[in-house]
Design a protein around this ligand. Structure first.
Ligand SMILES: [Fe+2]
Ligand SMILES: [Fe+2]
Length: 389
């Protein structure tokens, strides 16, 4: 197996050691550099799978290293994904660097955020194409937008296409019509989703992010999952009297973006418990790690890239946690899971339950999950599900 390597550049030796500690399970070769010269030497010596740079190295500028990598291709590193770290991330900074790097990490960061960013950067890099498990964000050309796809969904369901223009390129998203398929009948939901997607369309940063959503005709899981999630989460929120436009918008965002770090790998998006993916022998260690960290990885992908509300970050970060502490990646319980995330988690469980059980019944779902639903928000959300006719 090829050894994975990373170069970490920061003038604080303590931070280099901390980063090394976080990444030691993922990289066989970790080279630390605390000056620009050391970094340049290291780059000439070998090709890395990822480079992590503190952009504000004292007395110098980390950007200088990135420029040199692109211009001189030392050690064949011109295409190596670069993640930058900084304690000075503000709007200007984001604006300037957003599209130039594989990731941006604001200091101080949590170890999980670092691991997730690095996984996403390495996985989406062109060099890791051979590892299909980790090919998170496919560089394959889009399904030609103008070519009619066969309807991948069962008879009677409606699919609408929403056009998004990005860099003069037209992208079509299949939007599963939540009103047709889903358990909650919500007035005007369709109009709200359309309004939301119009907004996405007008915002280049958001369109770019949405471009990463893939759905193919052989695998309608993703769009069905998203459509159901929008319906159920906004349905529960409305019944709990949290139906303001802003709150519903947060759920629509989270429904679309929560698994975005998994790219088109819907198989990886379908694990519900840690035990389920840990015991799956068909998954590589890297893939297991990615499944475990994908809530964090998705969160880091949406950070610094657009104007998505903070609550959405938290919903995404917590979407596989469980109120009894049996979820992942953090294993936190209902006391630390936010109310909005609680609604989303219940919605997520129900969405998958519906997809897996063609003739699903509310009673059976409630029976399955009632004992796990601890805390007022989870219990209230489950009550709303019980009310579905
Ligand atoms: Fe997920
Ligand atoms: Fe999901």
């Amino acid at each position: 197996m090829k050894q994975k390597s990373i170069l970490v550049i920061d003038d604080e030796v303590l931070l280099l050691d901390l980063v090394e500690e976080c990444l030691v399970d993922d990289f066989q070769i970790i080279v630390k550099a605390n000056t620009v010269d050391m970094a340049k030497d290291a780059l000439f010596e070998r090709q890395f799978d990822c480079v992590l740079i503190d952009i504000d190295i004292s007395g110098s500028n980390g950007a200088e290293i990135v420029k040199m990598m692109k211009e001189y291709n030392p050690g064949d590193n011109a295409e190596t994904p670069v993640i930058i770290m900084s304690g000075l991330i503000n709007e200007d900074f984001k604006e300037k660097f957003r599209d130039k790097f594989a990731g941006i990490l604001a200091k101080p960061f949590k170890p999980g955020d670092l691991q997730a960013q690095v996984l996403v950067a390495v996985g989406s890099s062109k060099r890791s194409k051979s590892n299909s498990d980790l090919n998170l964000i496919s560089d394959e050309p889009e399904t030609p937008a103008h070519k009619e796809r066969e309807n991948p969904l069962p008879e009677g369901d409606e699919v609408r296409k929403v056009e998004i223009e990005f860099n003069n390129e037209k992208v079509f998203l299949d939007v599963f019509n939540p009103a047709v398929t889903a358990p909650f009948k919500i007035q005007d939901l369709d109009r709200k989703v359309t309004k939301f997607l119009d907004k996405v369309q007008r915002n280049p940063k958001l369109s770019e992010l949405f471009k990463k959503l893939k759905a193919t005709k052989d695998d309608p899981y993703l769009m069905t999952h998203i459509g159901l999630l929008i319906n159920i989460s906004t349905g529960i929120a409305t019944q709990m009297d949290w139906g303001s436009e802003q709150t519903l918008e947060k759920f629509i965002y989270a429904s679309y973006l929560h698994d975005i770090s998994l790219g088109d790998s819907s198989k990886l998006a379908q694990y519900k418990t840690k035990a389920e993916f840990e015991s799956d022998d068909s998954l590589s260690q890297d893939a297991k790690k990615l499944v475990n960290l994908h809530p964090l990885a998705s969160k880091t992908l949406i950070e610094h890239k657009n104007d998505i509300p903070q609550d959405v970050h938290t919903i995404i970060e917590q979407h596989h946690e469980m109120p009894d502490g049996s979820g992942f990646p953090a294993g936190i319980d209902n006391k630390r899971i936010t109310p909005l995330a609680s609604i989303f988690i219940v919605s997520h469980l129900l969405a998958d339950y519906i997809i897996e059980n063609e003739k699903w019944k509310v009673e059976n779902f409630v029976k399955k999950y009632r004992s796990k639903m601890k805390g007022p928000h989870f219990r209230k959300a489950l009550k709303c599900v019980e009310g579905i006719k």
